[in-house]
Design a protein around this ligand. Structure first.
Ligand code: EPU
Length: 417
């Protein structure tokens, strides 16, 4: 097990470069299973979810090299095999093998996907869509088997614009017979990144990034290249930290269009940001004002930044209402913030955060990835030393976190216990 030891209240200056997006790359890697060609993925972050997906691809017969953030995947010996539970339970994105193996071989077998325990996280929208396309889907002891004689196009309406289901249905539709329309599709930037990769592979897709995606099935795809988009959640986390501790801290390699929901809230709270091409320069802001934050689907405020943002709100004067709307259990970091001195009343998926409160270093536990990010922010602004246990969660999503922050003046150690 690993923990972070953070000595708080250190001013940060210098530059933090943002890596490739976790939630894109974890879809782009399984996407390559739609072809037996060679694919190249650039700007791949060095995070544990990527290592796990490489292991899964090698199990399926791929030959992989990973050097200087470039992943080359040779699928000439790719075979469809049941994916063992120890792999599928390691991360949520393992469900993309349903779409990519199902799309290519019309057959996939995989156990229920893992990922952070932040709610029930059902996959009914994925499964119902696969069934509509002609797959027979069965479940036994948590393992799903899907087989089809023919994958058909048609209209698929989502009750909720699920990110995972949108990508999965794109994966099963690109080689389907006829045209598929996904209605009420998710619009997250990661969807566009995956669609662009599929288009480079020879797929015919229109409307990715809007609520209606149209996919005209083709006979075959080939290997292709793609660059992973910048991680908007990593960028947002460092902007939040910079708003509390920065002295001309530069966050570089950012796509600012992707984080307007965050930058506009930070500015409402009184943070001054300077933009220069793909860079945002941020300074510690005095007299921060309370703001209300409600998470929602893109382009709304991302649920994945809600937890780090709640640590920011502890420093804003007045009462901020924080509301999570995507997951049932994304407030499990709140008791730890309270232990550190934050004044928070929370119920169901809401919290009233009363600030500013001086946080004090304590021993706390990361219950999930973004809870870890929240406690990192809290530890960095607290007096004294904070120890964040179970930090493996955080390392799943933030590349080279300790070095990136320490290079700018933080005092953080990652140690085994
Ligand atoms: N939902 C259903 N049925 C489904 C699918 C989703 O009810 O079949 C519900 C879920 O219960 C959840 C909501 O819809 O309440 C959101 O699910 P969605 O499918 O949109 O999310 P996901 O694909 O499971 C991805 C990211 C999450 C991120 C969400 C929302 C990956 C691997 N995960 O999850 O990332 O929170 O989109 O943006 O891409 C994280 O990075 O910390 C993380 C949890």
């Amino acid at each position: 097990m690993k923990k972070l030891i953070i000595k708080g209240n250190k001013e940060l200056s210098g530059e933090i470069h943002i890596g490739g997006a976790k939630n894109s790359v974890v879809a782009l890697i399984p996407t390559t299973c739609l072809t037996k060609g060679i694919s190249v993925i650039k700007n791949v972050p060095d995070i544990s979810d990527v290592s796990m997906l490489i292991t899964m691809m090698e199990y399926l017969g791929s030959k992989i090299t990973y050097k200087d953030e470039v992943l080359t995947i040779d699928n000439s010996n790719l075979k469809v095999k049941p994916i063992p539970t120890e792999y599928s339970s390691a991360l949520r994105a393992s469900y993309y093998f349903m779409g990519s193996l199902g799309g290519h071989f019309k057959n996939a077998e995989i156990s229920y996907p893992g990922g952070c325990t932040i709610g029930a996280r059902p996959i009914d929208i994925h499964l119902n869509s696969f069934k509509k396309q002609g797959f027979k889907v069965t479940e036994k002891d948590g393992t799903y088997t899907m087989t089809a004689k023919k994958i058909s196009g048609g209209e698929i309406f989502f009750d909720f614009p699920s990110v995972g289901a949108t990508i999965n249905v794109m994966l099963t539709s690109v080689l389907a017979e006829g045209t598929t329309r996904i209605i009420n599709a998710a619009r997250e930037p990661e969807i566009i990144n995956v669609a662009d990769f599929l288009i480079n592979m020879g797929a015919k897709i229109e409307g990715a990034g809007t609520a209606e995606i149209v996919i005209h099935g083709v006979k075959e795809l080939h290997g292709a290249e793609i660059e992973v988009i910048p991680d908007r959640i990593e960028a947002g986390t460092y902007l939040i930290i910079g708003s509390l501790l920065g002295k001309n801290l530069t966050i570089s390699g950012v796509n600012r269009e992707h984080i307007i929901s965050l930058t506009s809230k930070l500015q409402d709270a009184g943070v001054k940001l300077k933009y220069n091409k793909d860079k945002i320069i941020v300074n510690k802001s005095k007299n921060l004002k309370a703001v209300n934050v409600k998470t929602s689907v893109y382009p709304g405020f991302p649920t994945d930044l809600g937890q780090p943002m709640s640590a920011f709100l502890t420093q804003c004067k007045g009462e901020s209402l924080f509301e999570e709307t995507i997951y049932e259990n994304r407030l499990r970091h709140i008791p730890y913030l309270t232990t550190m001195g934050a004044k928070i009343q929370s119920w169901e998926k809401k919290a009233v955060i009363i600030g500013p409160a001086q946080l004090k270093g304590r021993k706390v536990k990361a219950t999930d990835l973004r809870a870890g990010a929240s406690l990192l922010v809290a530890g960095m602004i607290a007096t004294g030393t904070t120890e964040v246990y179970n930090i493996e969660h955080l390392l799943r999503g933030y590349e080279n976190l300790v070095n990136k922050l320490n290079a700018c003046g933080a005092d953080i150690k990652l140690i085994d216990y």
